[in-house]
Design a protein around this ligand. Structure first.
Ligand code: NDP
Length: 479
């Protein structure tokens, strides 16, 4: 499969004619090539976006919304094809791509197509001064959207949809590891009637193509989802140009379980929040903290359930965990198992690479549960981003809070309890952008999404995203 850049509504080769291999994580084989784009390709995309901006930013909201809804419908009608492509590119089970990734990509477009029609600006009658102030929310212009490999189309469209809805033109870069569904989106945009140049997709390495987007002096806003160290690098690059930044970064999320919770629901959800998408979701609860009174029971029940999870062929509907996204990533995750052993943690289940018959070259790993005695160890402090969770007991609410908050990250936290007062006390004090109580990863797209501390800056979702992608202008009218 040959992937090309999507610029000015057309599919074109990179100007330097340099290409990168694209791998299928399920069997480790190369099955495609992608552009190794550079600054020159970004410049071409920028010029096409610039030419399109006047028309798109002046298109009526009704028309913009109509086109975005059409994109959403086309994503839905191509569900099967897109889900298979996402799985082949990323290693995730097809069933997961079909039930989560692709439907959510469609919802992203539908949601922001509607949200833009409800996005009101403020006006103030400045009493006593004979003046009216009103705020215009104007599109920024050309914006950059850079997304990671774990939820490829889901997160790509989570940025693009609000950017387009707000009237911007976009230059977007998916992860070089998972470019295929972003490539397929180009055709869908054309079919939906998105005017040429409004959206441009550049493929290639983060350090060259991504860096060129961030360095471009006239791309005035960057919405980025990825690792914390990449986010810090982007912030340093963008700061002298005073760019608007939205940074959605890593997490090391606590999953706090009290003895008074609804046990069976908690147990099933905890298996999911630990290992969904091979544990490669920024929101996965990778640190499980359990009240001492139920710790031994939980440990036995959880490990038994984890041992029953099926790892293997992503196209098999019974598969729970597919392949990890790439060989380097698998090696990185396995490296954390070695660190855990060095720190005398106890591997309760898993810990090894797996060879799957007929998929011998694939990047598979056993879902892994590690018992730790301290929150200070590497596996409780560093983001592993794979099928690895740690468990440890706590004795009191105060200790649970202290353990939960003792990392540099602050993305999400999950709390399992039926005690209302405790819920209210703890939700307030947990250092996380999102707190789930008795559930996990339930999303309402109107709510703000993002992290505290090293998990990011700014919020996406709902009107927060439309605020990010617009420039507020105050106009003061004296009468
Ligand atoms: P990376 O930070 O490595 O990459 C993210 C994106 O940035 C990719 O498209 C990458 O390109 C690109 N990139 C890399 N370097 C640069 C650069 N110098 N300038 C511009 N762009 C660059 O993250 P991963 O792809 O490995 O994704 C995993 C990370 O994403 C985890 O830390 C995870 O927690 C985080 N994440 C956060 C979420 C959130 O909402 N908070 C949600 C999902 C993931 P390329 O891949 O081609 O190198």
């Amino acid at each position: 499969m040959k992937i090309q850049n999507y610029i000015n509504g057309e599919f074109i080769n990179p100007l330097n004619d340099q290409w990168l291999d694209n791998y299928n994580p399920a069997n480790g084989q190369v099955y495609g090539s992608i552009p190794n784009s550079t600054k020159a390709d970004v410049e071409l995309a920028y010029n096409s976006a610039k030419n399109a901006f006047n028309q798109w930013s002046n298109t009526t909201l009704e028309e913009r919304s109509r086109i975005l809804i059409k994109i959403s419908e086309l994503l839905e009608s191509n569900l099967e094809k897109l889900a298979k492509a996402e799985s082949k590119d990323n290693g995730k089970p097809v069933a997961l791509a079909k039930s989560v990734d692709i439907p959510r990509a469609a919802s992203n477009f539908r949601f922001f197509a509607n949200a833009i029609t409800q996005f009101a600006s403020e006006s103030h009658d400045s009493t006593g001064q004979n003046a009216i102030n009103y705020t215009l929310r104007q599109p920024i212009g050309i914006v950059g959207c850079i997304s990671p490999w774990n939820l490829p189309l889901y997160l790509f469209t989570w940025k693009i949809a609000p950017a387009l809805a707000a009237g911007n033109c976009v230059i977007a870069k998916p992860s070089e590891v998972t470019p295929v569904t972003a490539f397929l989106l180009g055709d869908i945009c054309n079919e939906a009637g998105l005017p040429k140049g409004v959206m441009n997709i550049i493929h290639g390495l983060g350090t060259s193509a991504g860096q060129a987007i961030v360095e471009h002096p006239d791309i005035k806003a960057i919405s980025f989802t990825g690792g914390t160290s990449t986010g810090a690098h982007i912030a340093r690059t963008a700061a002298p140009m005073f760019k608007k930044l939205s940074l959605e970064l890593g997490g090391k999320n606590p999953n706090i379980i009290f003895g008074d919770c609804d046990y069976e629901n908690m147990l099933d959800t905890t298996v999911r929040s630990s290992f969904a998408n091979q544990g490669q979701i920024c929101l996965c609860g990778s640190r499980i903290l359990v009240e001492s009174s139920i710790y031994e029971q939980f440990k036995a029940d959880f490990v038994a359930k984890v041992k029953n999870l099926k790892v293997g062929d992503p196209s098999d509907p019974n598969t729970n965990l597919g392949a990890l996204v790439s060989k380097p990533h698998l090696e990185k995750v396995l490296g954390y198992i070695d660190k855990a052993k060095d720190e005398n943690a106890t591997i309760l289940s898993g810990g090894n690479q797996l060879s799957i018959p007929n998929f011998e070259g694939g990047y598979y790993m056993e879902p892994t549960v590690i018992e730790v005695s301290s929150n200070d160890c590497n596996i409780n402090q560093e983001e592993i981003f794979g099928p690895v969770v740690s468990i440890m007991p706590f004795d009191s609410e105060e200790q649970a809070l202290s353990l939960a908050n003792s990392t540099k990250y602050g993305l999400s936290a999950t709390l399992w309890t039926n005690n209302l007062k405790r819920t209210l006390r703890m939700s307030k004090r947990l250092e996380a952008g999102i707190v789930w109580v008795n559930t996990w990863m339930m999303r309402d797209l109107r709510t703000p999404f993002g992290g505290m501390k090293d998990s990011g800056v700014g919020r996406e979702g709902g009107f927060e995203a439309l605020r990010f992608f617009t420039e507020p202008k105050n106009i003061c009218l004296k009468y």
